[in-house]
Each structure stands twice: as structure tokens, then as C-alpha cells.
Ligand binder design. Structure first.
Ligand SMILES: Nc1ncnc2c1ncn2[C@@H]1O[C@H](COP(=O)(O)OP(=O)(O)O)[C@@H](O)[C@H]1O
Ligand SMILES: [Mg+2]
Length: 334
């Protein structure tokens, strides 16, 4: 389909293939800007209920505005240039994120703990906004988070998992990778709520720090067995320099019983940010150069960061140094 038109989009390159379809880089010829277009197979929406669900889900996802969620520009169905009229293809036009997926980056090696914690906080903040709007992602995985060239995380594919499930597209293109991020309740085929996304984010965080999946196995059934019954190998056993607090956070996100998990993304963010403060402070301590006022504030936060884990951190201490920290990390990331 490269170099063809689909509606008013001129497709210029293939970006990747996934469970639901092919993603292309395209130019929106009306607005003259680059977009990513996910084109589904012509057979994706065979029934009216599938079609209705596709538009309903896309509408919910398109309502989300957040710096760490890839924007949905539009959904439609069109016949690709040169194809027969039966070839009506549903597609989603979305923000093109120039970068690499976490999955591709992890293949090159594990992340620095500070970067992993920052990225997990960004994804958690995207989840918080979505969950408040009652949108559950259901397919949070390392391949659905792109890190832009500036080091900013963007979550992809909000609102698509339901369509995928209902149209059986997920089964068609199911990969081992996808099962690896499922919560136990999702793996059992039960009703899920927003806490399934928190579990999957726990898997991403583990994946970034360990450089491998917590519930990895050769066969999908073995992965699912592991998700349901096994505890992942402790991060501290896999790598030196992993803070005990990170181990605790990952363990709580990966609790098999969702009642014992973080109950919402906001609570997870508080713990991740408190940990980020201690990590930054321990890295900056002992530096010969004088601290900037923001760094001094970050260091001052250390004394109370332990208390943060106990949930008694005064909010201003937590919030003040974070802005400067985020800039600092995105600056030297990659
Ligand atoms: N908005 C986007 N911007 C840039 N690249 C994208 C975008 N969406 C998807 N991609 C690329 O296309 C690949 C396939 O995407 P997708 O079909 O969603 O796969 P999956 O089913 O694994 O989530 C991704 O791994 C990514 O490299
Ligand atoms: Mg995807």
C-alpha cells in the first residue's frame, strides 16, 4: 500500500505490523502533516455490532488528551487506491511518534533504573487520565509504548483491545509477547477493570529493569501458568543497584490478587516519584560542583523520601523538585 492513497492520506512507508493490522507512515494531504495510520483487514468489521463497537471505542480513546497518550486524529473506512470496492478498510489515523518502542529498546539492553522509573511514571500518569475517563487499555505492553527521540513516553492503542477481542483479530495475530503482559484475571478470561492495566505496567517496569520478562516461557500456556502461579525472580537477584523500594513497588503492581495490587494509578505514581527523588539525590550527592537550587531542593527531599514510602510525605516536598528532575533525565536519555 506504500505510495498509494487511502482517503486523503498519502501512505509513504510501513512502520510496523502487529496483531490487528499494519501501521503506515502517511501524509494527511488536507492538513499537510505526518500521521501514523493503522489499517485493519477488510474482514475486521463484518457485523454491525463490530462496526458500532469500533467507532464507540475509538470515540472514547479520542476523548483522551494527555502528553503521554498518542492522539487519535480520526477513524474511518475507505477503499485503498487501486483496490476493488469490496476492499473497504477500517483505519485509525493517529499521532506519529518518531522514536522506538520500549520493546525494541529493551532488546538492546536493560534501562537505567532512573529512566525506567521515570518512564513508568509517565505511563502511569497516562493510565490515571484514561481510568478517570473510564477507559481501560487492556493491552499495555512494551510494544505499545513508544519513546520519542526526546525521551518522552507515549502510550499507543488506547481503545483498541476491545475491538480486537470482539473481532477475533487478537487471536489471529496473537503472539507470545502479548500474553506475557496479561494480568491473572485477564489470562483467566474474567471481567477486567482498570487494575489489569496496573499489573501490565508492572510487567513493563520489570521488563525495562531486568531486560527480560517476569513471566517468560516458550509456550503461551506456560506463560499463562507462570502468570497465574509463579513469582518472578527478584529484580535485586538479576541486577546490582536495584533499590529494595523498586522491588517492593514492582511486587505490589504484580500482585496476583487485584485487591492486593495498587488500587489506582495515582498511588503507584506517588511511590514511583518518591523513589525517583531518592535515586536522583543519591546520584547527585558528593558532587564537587555546587548544587543548583532545584537540585538542592531535590536533595532536601531525601530526608523525607523514606517517609514517602510510608505514605506521609508532605506534598510540596514531593512536587517541587520533580519538574527539574524530569528535564534532567529526558536530557541525557539514550
Ligand atoms: N503512532 C505510531 N507512531 C509511530 N509508530 C507506530 C505508531 N503506532 C504503531 N507504530 C509502529 O508500528 C508497530 C506495530 O504496531 P501495532 O499494530 O499496534 O502492533 P501491536 O499489535 O504489537 O501493538 C509498532 O510496534 C510501532 O513500531
Ligand atoms: Mg500497538
Amino acid at each position: 500500500m506504500v505510495d498509494k492513497h487511502l482517503s486523503h492520506y498519502h501512505i509513504t512507508a510501513e512502520l510496523g505490523r502487529g496483531g490487528m493490522g499494519i501501521v503506515y507512515l502517511a501524509t494527511d494531504t488536507k492538513l499537510d502533516r505526518q500521521v501514523a495510520i493503522k489499517v485493519l483487514p477488510a474482514s475486521a468489521l463484518t457485523s454491525e455490532s463490530d462496526r458500532a463497537r469500533f467507532y464507540r471505542e475509538a470515540k472514547a480513546a479520542a476523548s483522551l488528551t494527555h502528553p503521554h497518550i498518542a492522539i487519535i486524529h480520526g477513524v474511518d473506512e475507505a477503499v485503498p487506491e487501486g483496490a476493488s470496492s469490496e476492499e473497504l478498510r477500517p483505519f485509525i489515523a493517529m499521532e506519529y511518534v518518531d522514536g522506538e518502542t520500549l520493546e525494541a529498546l529493551i532488546e538492546k539492553g536493560p534501562f537505567k533504573v532512573t529512566d525506567a522509573v521515570r518512564i513508568a511514571s509517565e505511563v502511569a500518569s497516562a493510565l490515571q487520565t484514561a481510568h478517570e475517563a473510564e477507559v481501560v487499555h487492556r493491552d499495555i505492553k512494551s510494544a505499545n509504548v513508544i519513546l520519542s527521540k526526546k525521551g518522552v513516553a507515549k502510550v499507543l492503542d488506547f481503545g483498541l483491545a476491545q475491538t480486537a477481542a470482539s473481532t477475533k483479530l487478537t487471536r489471529m495475530g496473537a503472539t507470545l509477547g502479548t500474553a506475557s503482559f496479561m494480568s491473572p484475571e485477564q489470562a483467566r478470561g474474567e471481567q477486567v477493570d482498570h487494575r489489569t492495566d496496573i499489573f501490565s505496567l508492572g510487567v513493563i517496569l520489570y521488563h525495562m529493569v531486568a531486560g527480560r520478562l517476569p513471566f517468560g516461557a516458550e509456550y503461551e500456556q506456560a506463560v499463562i501458568y507462570s502468570i497465574l502461579n509463579e513469582d518472578p525472580e527478584p529484580l535485586t537477584a538479576l541486577r546490582t543497584g536495584v533499590p529494595m523500594e523498586l522491588e517492593r513497588i514492582v511486587g505490589k503492581a504484580l500482585a496476583k490478587d487485584r485487591e492486593l495490587r495498587y488500587q489506582n494509578a495515582a498511588d503507584l505514581i506517588v511511590d514511583l516519584k518518591a523513589l525517583a527523588l531518592t535515586e536522583t539525590a543519591s546520584q547527585t550527592s558528593g558532587r564537587p560542583t555546587p548544587l543548583t537550587s532545584a537540585e538542592a531542593a531535590a536533595t532536601a527531599g531525601v530526608a523525607t523520601a523514606g517517609a514517602a514510602a510510608a505514605g506521609v510525605l508532605p506534598l510540596p516536598v514531593l512536587l517541587l523538585p520533580l519538574r527539574s528532575m524530569r528535564r534532567k533525565h529526558s536530557g541525557h536519555f539514550l
